[in-house]
Write a protein that binds this ligand. Sequence first.
Ligand code: ADP
Ligand code: MG
Length: 323
Amino acid sequence: MHGRENTGEGRGRSPLGDPKTIIRVEHLRKVYRVGDEKVVALRDICLEVLQGQIVCVVGTSGSGKSTLLNQLAGLEKPTRGSVYIGKTNISKLSENQLALFRQRSLGFVFQSYNLMPTMTAAENVALPLIFKGVSRGRRHKAALKMLAAVGLKKRAYHKPTQMSGGQQQRVGIARAFVTKPKVIFADEPTGNLDTKTTIEIMKMMVRFARKYKETLIIVTHDPEIAEYADRVITLIDGEITDDKVHTPIYSGIEGEDAVPEDGTPQAEENSPPDGNTLEDGKQMPGEDRQGDKGLPIPEQDVPEQEGQSAASEETQSEGERTE
Ligand SMILES: Nc1ncnc2c1ncn2[C@@H]1O[C@H](COP(=O)(O)OP(=O)(O)O)[C@@H](O)[C@H]1O
Ligand SMILES: [Mg+2]
């Protein structure tokens, strides 16, 4: 299959052409040099991903999954070939331009969550909005809304170490989706989680991606994860050996089943007994905020301006998305 473009529709390019293509990869090659050794991590990858597609890249350890994701997301430069996201050839961008592009147009979910340890959940989620020029008040409001959407309203002022792995990854998802990026990349997002939490996390990502018509690229060695994808790409030794359309086991649009109510016993201990939320940004009774060197939490939100509420689908206009 390598050497020819594929949209996962089983018939090459979309009949409508480029507008539906969000990622295009042309003859991508990546070689790492370690001393005198050459490791060909990706050989000659060509593929197209359509907007809104949920794609799983599967393969055994060392097959080149993370390398592919890193090239697609502009985290590393290809040795040869090009990656387009929308109309942008990201392989041609300088490091600074790339960093800006990533901040403005892409979202990331990591296996080890990569949360800022000194910051609260709300501060972590608000962080990507700084790069979009969103005011502090609106960042905070958007972060709280996003945390509520991942079922963590009561954990907004907890630090990562005060949360379980599954909760931390939900913060990671809230952070990835808060800017409504057009593409979200996830490298083994459930790699550190148990089966039940894995299902929660996968449903959550699928639900958000469907809701906002975002493209989701998930890299995993776990075949169970591929069950959630529209399309499954298999890598072996840096080559695409299989690329199939797949019917996902979860539509992401049905019912309200996927937001877990946060009721773990440990979590309840730190919660206000009457289920008070902390939307006004005040400290929770008994909550230890000592040593908090993170971003200050605004005492009150500034009035929201039109088209600026990053977590509000109601006010999200198409024009806000980078083409
Ligand atoms: N930074 C690097 N330097 C040298 N070799 C690397 C580097 N990153 C990955 N590789 C090699 O490239 C191949 C693919 O790695 P990777 O993309 O991490 O695989 P996967 O994510 O599928 O486990 C492996 O042989 C790996 O050892
Ligand atoms: Mg990997």
